[in-house]
Design a protein. Structure first.
Length: 384
Protein backbone atom coordinates (compact mmCIF):
# COMPACT_ATOMS: atom_id res chain seq x y z
CA UNK A 1 0.00 0.00 0.00
CA UNK A 2 1.30 3.50 -0.78
CA UNK A 3 2.34 5.66 2.16
CA UNK A 4 -0.55 8.06 1.61
CA UNK A 5 -3.01 5.15 1.49
CA UNK A 6 -1.56 3.76 4.73
CA UNK A 7 -2.03 7.17 6.35
CA UNK A 8 -5.69 7.17 5.32
CA UNK A 9 -6.22 3.74 6.85
CA UNK A 10 -4.50 4.80 10.08
CA UNK A 11 -6.61 7.93 10.20
CA UNK A 12 -9.79 5.87 10.42
CA UNK A 13 -8.56 3.79 13.38
CA UNK A 14 -10.14 2.22 15.30
CA UNK A 15 -12.10 0.34 12.66
CA UNK A 16 -15.83 -0.24 12.50
CA UNK A 17 -15.18 -4.00 12.41
CA UNK A 18 -12.46 -4.50 14.99
CA UNK A 19 -10.87 -6.93 17.42
CA UNK A 20 -8.75 -6.67 20.55
CA UNK A 21 -5.62 -8.38 19.29
CA UNK A 22 -4.95 -11.93 20.45
CA UNK A 23 -6.00 -15.07 18.60
CA UNK A 24 -6.01 -18.75 19.49
CA UNK A 25 -2.61 -20.37 18.97
CA UNK A 26 -2.63 -23.08 16.29
CA UNK A 27 -1.71 -26.59 17.39
CA UNK A 28 1.69 -26.51 15.68
CA UNK A 29 2.66 -23.40 17.61
CA UNK A 30 1.42 -24.75 20.95
CA UNK A 31 3.46 -27.90 20.46
CA UNK A 32 6.56 -25.96 19.43
CA UNK A 33 6.40 -23.70 22.47
CA UNK A 34 6.05 -26.74 24.72
CA UNK A 35 9.07 -28.39 23.09
CA UNK A 36 11.07 -25.18 23.48
CA UNK A 37 10.20 -24.99 27.20
CA UNK A 38 11.57 -28.52 27.59
CA UNK A 39 14.75 -27.71 25.68
CA UNK A 40 13.82 -30.02 22.80
CA UNK A 41 14.09 -27.33 20.09
CA UNK A 42 16.15 -24.15 19.75
CA UNK A 43 14.96 -20.54 19.80
CA UNK A 44 15.65 -20.38 16.07
CA UNK A 45 13.42 -23.41 15.43
CA UNK A 46 10.65 -21.93 17.58
CA UNK A 47 10.91 -18.60 15.75
CA UNK A 48 10.41 -20.35 12.40
CA UNK A 49 7.18 -21.90 13.66
CA UNK A 50 6.05 -18.54 15.06
CA UNK A 51 6.85 -16.80 11.77
CA UNK A 52 4.79 -19.33 9.80
CA UNK A 53 1.83 -19.12 12.18
CA UNK A 54 1.85 -15.31 12.16
CA UNK A 55 2.09 -15.18 8.37
CA UNK A 56 -0.96 -17.42 8.06
CA UNK A 57 -2.85 -15.44 10.71
CA UNK A 58 -2.23 -12.14 8.92
CA UNK A 59 -3.62 -13.62 5.72
CA UNK A 60 -6.73 -14.81 7.56
CA UNK A 61 -7.28 -11.43 9.22
CA UNK A 62 -7.07 -9.56 5.93
CA UNK A 63 -9.30 -12.13 4.20
CA UNK A 64 -11.89 -11.63 6.96
CA UNK A 65 -11.98 -7.89 6.25
CA UNK A 66 -10.05 -6.68 9.29
CA UNK A 67 -8.14 -3.45 8.70
CA UNK A 68 -6.12 -3.37 11.91
CA UNK A 69 -3.91 -6.46 11.83
CA UNK A 70 -1.96 -7.95 14.75
CA UNK A 71 0.41 -10.89 15.15
CA UNK A 72 -2.15 -12.53 17.42
CA UNK A 73 0.39 -12.15 20.25
CA UNK A 74 1.76 -15.51 19.03
CA UNK A 75 5.27 -14.84 20.36
CA UNK A 76 3.96 -14.31 23.90
CA UNK A 77 2.89 -16.54 26.74
CA UNK A 78 0.96 -13.66 28.33
CA UNK A 79 -0.60 -10.48 27.01
CA UNK A 80 1.39 -8.42 29.51
CA UNK A 81 4.27 -10.22 31.22
CA UNK A 82 6.32 -10.87 28.07
CA UNK A 83 6.45 -7.13 27.43
CA UNK A 84 7.57 -6.45 30.99
CA UNK A 85 10.29 -9.12 30.72
CA UNK A 86 11.57 -7.38 27.60
CA UNK A 87 12.40 -4.20 29.51
CA UNK A 88 15.97 -3.77 30.72
CA UNK A 89 16.20 -4.19 34.49
CA UNK A 90 13.27 -6.65 34.62
CA UNK A 91 13.63 -10.41 35.00
CA UNK A 92 11.21 -13.32 34.72
CA UNK A 93 10.64 -15.10 38.04
CA UNK A 94 8.18 -17.55 39.53
CA UNK A 95 6.23 -15.95 42.36
CA UNK A 96 4.36 -17.49 45.25
CA UNK A 97 1.03 -17.50 43.42
CA UNK A 98 -0.57 -16.62 40.12
CA UNK A 99 -3.64 -14.51 39.39
CA UNK A 100 -6.78 -15.83 41.06
CA UNK A 101 -9.57 -16.01 38.48
CA UNK A 102 -13.03 -17.41 39.16
CA UNK A 103 -12.43 -21.09 39.80
CA UNK A 104 -8.89 -21.19 38.39
CA UNK A 105 -5.44 -19.73 38.98
CA UNK A 106 -2.79 -18.82 36.43
CA UNK A 107 0.81 -19.98 36.55
CA UNK A 108 2.83 -17.98 39.12
CA UNK A 109 4.95 -16.13 36.56
CA UNK A 110 5.77 -12.53 37.45
CA UNK A 111 8.54 -9.94 37.44
CA UNK A 112 11.43 -8.78 39.61
CA UNK A 113 13.55 -5.70 39.13
CA UNK A 114 17.31 -6.15 38.92
CA UNK A 115 18.07 -2.46 38.36
CA UNK A 116 16.37 0.72 37.30
CA UNK A 117 14.43 0.03 34.12
CA UNK A 118 14.90 1.18 30.54
CA UNK A 119 13.14 0.47 27.27
CA UNK A 120 16.09 0.45 24.90
CA UNK A 121 16.29 -2.36 22.33
CA UNK A 122 13.04 -3.99 23.40
CA UNK A 123 12.49 -7.34 21.57
CA UNK A 124 8.95 -6.31 20.63
CA UNK A 125 10.43 -3.85 18.12
CA UNK A 126 11.71 -6.78 16.07
CA UNK A 127 8.32 -8.47 16.44
CA UNK A 128 6.69 -5.36 15.02
CA UNK A 129 9.13 -5.16 12.10
CA UNK A 130 8.29 -8.72 11.03
CA UNK A 131 4.58 -7.93 11.14
CA UNK A 132 5.12 -4.66 9.26
CA UNK A 133 6.68 -6.52 6.35
CA UNK A 134 3.75 -8.92 6.15
CA UNK A 135 1.18 -6.13 6.01
CA UNK A 136 3.08 -3.81 3.66
CA UNK A 137 1.26 -3.42 0.37
CA UNK A 138 -2.00 -4.82 1.74
CA UNK A 139 -5.30 -3.02 2.37
CA UNK A 140 -4.61 -3.06 6.09
CA UNK A 141 -2.29 -1.61 8.70
CA UNK A 142 -0.51 -2.96 11.77
CA UNK A 143 -2.14 -2.51 15.15
CA UNK A 144 0.33 -3.33 17.90
CA UNK A 145 -0.70 -4.20 21.45
CA UNK A 146 1.24 -3.76 24.69
CA UNK A 147 0.15 -3.64 28.34
CA UNK A 148 -0.47 -0.16 29.70
CA UNK A 149 2.05 1.68 31.90
CA UNK A 150 -0.43 1.41 34.78
CA UNK A 151 -0.53 -2.37 34.30
CA UNK A 152 3.22 -2.51 34.85
CA UNK A 153 2.80 -0.50 38.03
CA UNK A 154 0.13 -2.90 39.28
CA UNK A 155 2.45 -5.84 38.64
CA UNK A 156 5.17 -4.15 40.70
CA UNK A 157 2.88 -3.80 43.73
CA UNK A 158 1.01 -7.09 43.42
CA UNK A 159 2.48 -8.55 46.63
CA UNK A 160 4.53 -7.27 49.55
CA UNK A 161 7.57 -8.97 48.02
CA UNK A 162 7.02 -7.03 44.79
CA UNK A 163 6.93 -3.75 46.70
CA UNK A 164 10.10 -4.55 48.65
CA UNK A 165 11.76 -5.43 45.36
CA UNK A 166 11.04 -2.17 43.52
CA UNK A 167 11.84 -0.07 46.61
CA UNK A 168 15.46 -1.19 46.25
CA UNK A 169 15.68 0.99 43.17
CA UNK A 170 12.97 3.64 43.54
CA UNK A 171 12.29 5.50 46.80
CA UNK A 172 8.67 6.38 46.14
CA UNK A 173 5.87 6.33 43.58
CA UNK A 174 7.02 9.53 41.86
CA UNK A 175 10.48 8.08 41.20
CA UNK A 176 9.00 4.81 40.00
CA UNK A 177 6.51 6.64 37.78
CA UNK A 178 9.32 8.60 36.14
CA UNK A 179 11.18 5.35 35.47
CA UNK A 180 8.12 3.66 33.96
CA UNK A 181 7.27 6.67 31.78
CA UNK A 182 10.82 6.96 30.46
CA UNK A 183 11.08 3.23 29.70
CA UNK A 184 7.71 3.12 27.91
CA UNK A 185 8.49 6.26 25.94
CA UNK A 186 11.75 4.71 24.76
CA UNK A 187 9.99 1.60 23.46
CA UNK A 188 7.21 3.58 21.81
CA UNK A 189 9.68 5.92 20.11
CA UNK A 190 11.56 2.92 18.70
CA UNK A 191 8.32 1.40 17.42
CA UNK A 192 7.28 4.73 15.91
CA UNK A 193 10.63 5.18 14.19
CA UNK A 194 10.13 1.77 12.57
CA UNK A 195 6.75 2.86 11.22
CA UNK A 196 4.14 2.00 13.88
CA UNK A 197 1.15 4.34 13.85
CA UNK A 198 -1.51 2.41 15.80
CA UNK A 199 -0.79 1.33 19.38
CA UNK A 200 -3.15 -0.23 21.90
CA UNK A 201 -2.65 -0.18 25.67
CA UNK A 202 -4.24 -3.29 27.20
CA UNK A 203 -5.30 -2.41 30.72
CA UNK A 204 -6.95 -4.51 33.42
CA UNK A 205 -6.23 -1.94 36.13
CA UNK A 206 -9.45 0.00 35.48
CA UNK A 207 -11.45 -3.22 35.65
CA UNK A 208 -9.78 -4.02 38.96
CA UNK A 209 -10.49 -0.52 40.30
CA UNK A 210 -14.15 -0.86 39.36
CA UNK A 211 -14.37 -3.93 41.60
CA UNK A 212 -15.16 -3.10 45.24
CA UNK A 213 -12.92 -5.93 46.39
CA UNK A 214 -9.77 -4.51 44.80
CA UNK A 215 -8.52 -2.67 47.91
CA UNK A 216 -8.21 -5.97 49.76
CA UNK A 217 -5.89 -7.27 47.05
CA UNK A 218 -3.48 -4.46 47.82
CA UNK A 219 -3.77 -4.67 51.59
CA UNK A 220 -4.99 -1.09 51.91
CA UNK A 221 -7.20 -0.43 54.94
CA UNK A 222 -8.19 3.15 54.13
CA UNK A 223 -11.83 3.89 53.18
CA UNK A 224 -12.63 2.21 49.86
CA UNK A 225 -13.34 5.35 47.84
CA UNK A 226 -10.19 7.04 49.11
CA UNK A 227 -8.14 4.07 47.99
CA UNK A 228 -9.93 3.89 44.64
CA UNK A 229 -9.35 7.57 43.86
CA UNK A 230 -5.70 7.35 44.90
CA UNK A 231 -5.00 4.35 42.69
CA UNK A 232 -7.05 5.78 39.81
CA UNK A 233 -5.08 9.03 39.89
CA UNK A 234 -1.82 7.07 39.85
CA UNK A 235 -2.92 5.04 36.84
CA UNK A 236 -4.10 8.16 35.05
CA UNK A 237 -0.84 9.97 35.76
CA UNK A 238 1.25 7.11 34.36
CA UNK A 239 -0.78 6.57 31.21
CA UNK A 240 -1.21 10.24 30.37
CA UNK A 241 2.47 10.99 30.94
CA UNK A 242 3.43 8.35 28.38
CA UNK A 243 0.76 9.53 25.94
CA UNK A 244 2.03 13.11 26.30
CA UNK A 245 5.40 11.97 24.92
CA UNK A 246 3.99 10.40 21.75
CA UNK A 247 4.27 11.77 18.23
CA UNK A 248 1.18 13.57 16.99
CA UNK A 249 0.26 11.06 14.29
CA UNK A 250 0.52 8.00 16.54
CA UNK A 251 -2.97 6.75 17.39
CA UNK A 252 -3.15 5.35 20.93
CA UNK A 253 -6.21 3.51 22.20
CA UNK A 254 -6.80 1.55 25.37
CA UNK A 255 -8.59 -1.72 25.98
CA UNK A 256 -10.21 -2.22 29.37
CA UNK A 257 -10.90 -5.75 30.57
CA UNK A 258 -12.01 -7.56 33.72
CA UNK A 259 -9.86 -10.61 33.16
CA UNK A 260 -9.68 -13.13 30.34
CA UNK A 261 -8.01 -16.46 31.10
CA UNK A 262 -9.32 -19.84 29.96
CA UNK A 263 -12.74 -18.19 29.51
CA UNK A 264 -12.76 -17.04 33.15
CA UNK A 265 -12.88 -13.54 34.65
CA UNK A 266 -11.41 -11.85 37.71
CA UNK A 267 -13.19 -8.50 38.33
CA UNK A 268 -16.65 -7.01 38.15
CA UNK A 269 -18.09 -3.54 38.43
CA UNK A 270 -19.39 -0.78 36.17
CA UNK A 271 -17.35 2.00 34.58
CA UNK A 272 -19.11 4.65 36.66
CA UNK A 273 -16.66 3.92 39.48
CA UNK A 274 -13.73 5.11 37.36
CA UNK A 275 -15.52 7.25 34.77
CA UNK A 276 -13.93 10.56 35.76
CA UNK A 277 -10.37 9.32 35.48
CA UNK A 278 -10.69 6.74 32.70
CA UNK A 279 -13.38 8.12 30.40
CA UNK A 280 -13.17 11.86 31.03
CA UNK A 281 -9.44 12.36 31.55
CA UNK A 282 -7.34 9.60 29.97
CA UNK A 283 -5.93 11.15 26.80
CA UNK A 284 -6.33 8.20 24.46
CA UNK A 285 -7.88 8.47 21.01
CA UNK A 286 -10.27 5.57 21.56
CA UNK A 287 -11.54 3.08 24.11
CA UNK A 288 -12.09 -0.65 23.60
CA UNK A 289 -14.58 -1.37 26.39
CA UNK A 290 -15.74 -4.75 27.65
CA UNK A 291 -19.53 -4.89 27.52
CA UNK A 292 -20.46 -8.52 26.89
CA UNK A 293 -22.02 -9.17 30.33
CA UNK A 294 -23.72 -7.19 33.09
CA UNK A 295 -20.45 -7.33 35.05
CA UNK A 296 -19.45 -4.22 33.07
CA UNK A 297 -22.54 -2.25 34.06
CA UNK A 298 -24.58 0.01 31.77
CA UNK A 299 -23.72 2.56 29.10
CA UNK A 300 -24.39 5.72 31.14
CA UNK A 301 -20.68 6.36 31.88
CA UNK A 302 -20.11 6.82 28.14
CA UNK A 303 -21.50 10.34 28.50
CA UNK A 304 -18.11 11.23 30.00
CA UNK A 305 -16.21 10.32 26.83
CA UNK A 306 -17.10 13.46 24.89
CA UNK A 307 -17.42 13.95 21.13
CA UNK A 308 -13.75 13.83 20.15
CA UNK A 309 -13.05 10.23 21.15
CA UNK A 310 -14.20 6.92 19.74
CA UNK A 311 -15.59 3.90 21.60
CA UNK A 312 -15.26 0.31 20.43
CA UNK A 313 -18.04 -1.61 22.13
CA UNK A 314 -16.99 -5.11 23.17
CA UNK A 315 -20.47 -6.58 22.85
CA UNK A 316 -19.38 -9.90 21.35
CA UNK A 317 -17.85 -12.32 23.83
CA UNK A 318 -14.55 -13.99 23.02
CA UNK A 319 -14.93 -16.39 25.93
CA UNK A 320 -17.44 -18.81 24.43
CA UNK A 321 -18.45 -20.12 21.02
CA UNK A 322 -22.18 -19.34 21.16
CA UNK A 323 -23.01 -16.57 18.71
CA UNK A 324 -24.88 -13.54 19.98
CA UNK A 325 -28.31 -12.61 18.67
CA UNK A 326 -27.86 -9.90 16.02
CA UNK A 327 -30.98 -8.00 16.98
CA UNK A 328 -29.98 -7.90 20.62
CA UNK A 329 -26.54 -6.55 19.77
CA UNK A 330 -28.03 -3.94 17.45
CA UNK A 331 -30.44 -2.87 20.19
CA UNK A 332 -27.51 -2.44 22.59
CA UNK A 333 -25.61 -0.35 20.03
CA UNK A 334 -28.65 1.92 19.71
CA UNK A 335 -28.85 2.15 23.50
CA UNK A 336 -25.19 3.17 23.68
CA UNK A 337 -25.81 5.83 21.01
CA UNK A 338 -27.97 7.68 23.54
CA UNK A 339 -24.73 8.63 25.30
CA UNK A 340 -22.21 8.85 22.45
CA UNK A 341 -22.83 9.63 18.75
CA UNK A 342 -23.40 6.56 16.59
CA UNK A 343 -20.63 7.65 14.20
CA UNK A 344 -18.18 7.39 17.11
CA UNK A 345 -19.17 3.80 17.95
CA UNK A 346 -17.32 0.74 16.66
CA UNK A 347 -17.72 -2.99 17.35
CA UNK A 348 -15.44 -5.77 18.56
CA UNK A 349 -15.16 -8.72 20.87
CA UNK A 350 -14.91 -7.81 24.54
CA UNK A 351 -11.34 -9.15 24.72
CA UNK A 352 -8.89 -11.24 22.73
CA UNK A 353 -9.43 -14.92 22.05
CA UNK A 354 -6.23 -15.88 23.85
CA UNK A 355 -4.90 -13.35 26.34
CA UNK A 356 -2.53 -16.11 27.39
CA UNK A 357 -1.14 -18.95 25.31
CA UNK A 358 -3.69 -21.36 26.81
CA UNK A 359 -6.53 -19.57 25.01
CA UNK A 360 -10.25 -19.47 25.69
CA UNK A 361 -12.67 -22.38 25.43
CA UNK A 362 -13.61 -22.21 21.75
CA UNK A 363 -12.12 -23.29 18.44
CA UNK A 364 -10.29 -21.39 15.72
CA UNK A 365 -13.37 -21.81 13.53
CA UNK A 366 -15.47 -20.29 16.32
CA UNK A 367 -13.27 -17.20 16.57
CA UNK A 368 -13.62 -16.45 12.86
CA UNK A 369 -17.39 -16.88 13.12
CA UNK A 370 -17.29 -14.16 15.78
CA UNK A 371 -15.40 -11.82 13.45
CA UNK A 372 -17.89 -12.56 10.67
CA UNK A 373 -20.78 -11.80 13.02
CA UNK A 374 -19.23 -8.41 13.85
CA UNK A 375 -18.98 -7.65 10.11
CA UNK A 376 -22.61 -8.60 9.53
CA UNK A 377 -23.84 -6.40 12.39
CA UNK A 378 -21.71 -3.44 11.26
CA UNK A 379 -23.15 -3.78 7.76
CA UNK A 380 -26.69 -3.69 9.12
CA UNK A 381 -26.11 -0.75 11.47
CA UNK A 382 -23.72 1.46 9.49
CA UNK A 383 -23.97 0.00 5.97
CA UNK A 384 -20.23 -0.64 5.89
Amino acid sequence: MCQNCQSKVVGTAPFRVDHVGSFLRPKELVEAREKFSKGEITQEELTKVEDKAITELVEKQIASGLKGVTDGEFRRAYWHLDFFWGLNGVEHIRGEKGYAFKGIETKPDTVALTSKISGKNHPFVEHYKFLRELVEGKDAVVKFTIPSPSQFYFELIRTEDHIKNYEQFYKNFDELAEGIVNAYSQVIDELYNEGLRILQFDDCTWGALADDGFANRFRDERPLEEVRRDFAERCLKLNNAVIANKKEDLVISTHVCRGNFNSKWISQGGYEKVEDELLAKENVDAYYLEYDTDRAGDFKPLRKVGKDKKVVLGLITSKFADLEDKNEVIARIKEASEYIPLENIYLSTQCGFASTEEGNILTEEDQWKKIKLISEIVNEVWGE
